[in-house]
Design a protein around this ligand. Sequence first.
Ligand SMILES: Nc1ncnc2c1ncn2[C@@H]1O[C@H](COP(=O)(O)OP(=O)(O)O)[C@@H](O)[C@H]1O
Ligand SMILES: [Mg+2]
Length: 364
Amino acid sequence: MTTRDAPSRETILAALQGVTLPDGGDLVSRDLVRALAVAGGAVRFVIEADSPAAAKALAPVRAQAEAVVSALDGVSQVSVALTSHGPPPSLGKTGGKGAPAMQIGRHPTAGPNSVPGVKRIIAIGSGKGGVGKSTVSANLAVALAREGWRVGLLDADIYGPSQPRMMGVTKRPASPDGKEIIPPVAHGVTMISIGLLLREQDEAVIWRGPMLMGALQQLLTQVRWGELDALLVDMPPGTGDIQLTLCQKFDLAGAIVVSTPQDVALLDARKALKAFNTLKTPVLGLIENMSTFICPKCGHEEHIFGEGGVKREAERLGLPFLGELPLAVEVRLASDGGVPVAATDSPVADAYRRMARRLIDSVD
Ligand SMILES: Nc1ncnc2c1ncn2[C@@H]1O[C@H](COP(=O)(O)OP(=O)(O)O)[C@@H](O)[C@H]1O
Ligand SMILES: [Mg+2]
């Protein structure tokens, strides 16, 4: 397997300097680039405009930014979100049977809340994007359901929701009374994603921080979750406001941190661990994703990112190690096809099953 090195932040920023704005200057000189993250060949960042109107006007700039970064050597995937500081546009009424629009801008209520019927809320986080948090969330949810737990999955990655694709759900959820949202069930898991509730695909990109917090709270409290043994929350990358809101406003059973064995990912994972620690959210365990590469042609297994890094880190910190997962093309193909690999019969599904058992045993 040959991989080209991912570009540095400097290279990416230099490319973005070439993207000029309609009212003068460029993306970098006008300081509009936020949250630049490079993970492997995946690059993601936010363009932050002054107002929703300005954000709208920047749509072509966003497309251009995506194009110049995509053209860089070593970049396999680019995701650019457009946000604004100003007041939000109204999302309008949905009317009829569709799920209600998010009441963006609503402030989270104070104090730790629980969600009726939900025994434990478990956040799945990592320090950075692209380590496989969403993949692990979807598969662990499916594996837990196969082990007999009643499981919910909440996709809290508002800028880049991936659970509709991974779980194979696209239909807008119903809401008979226009308030309560009836979540779909896929592969035995009750799930919701902000991606299912947006009017248009790009709508989330013009929300600002506090609105997102309100939306997260709505997903937790307005969805009819029913009786659940666990609700897994697939967190956005990093240690931002969403993590803060979830940990401070909701009574969490704990968090699971996903990392790859690479030192650099571990460093980021340490940041996430530290943040959970500060927020007094217990860490239920660490998971190593992309531990080994399994060659699809010959089945040979290779520790391309180094061996046992996350396990050692867990031991060092006295935290449970929940297991390791290989980097395997079937994992990505399964995710892209809407049937998580844990729902199949395969060695990777077995690894997820063992992980689910370990988690069940450790919390029961
Ligand atoms: N173990 C794995 N083997 C192969 N591909 C993987 C694995 N884990 C994640 N991927 C792929 O890597 C990409 C990023 O994973 P994702 O779960 O979206 O990361 P995150 O949520 O941390 O940003 C996706 O295309 C996913 O299919
Ligand atoms: Mg994700």
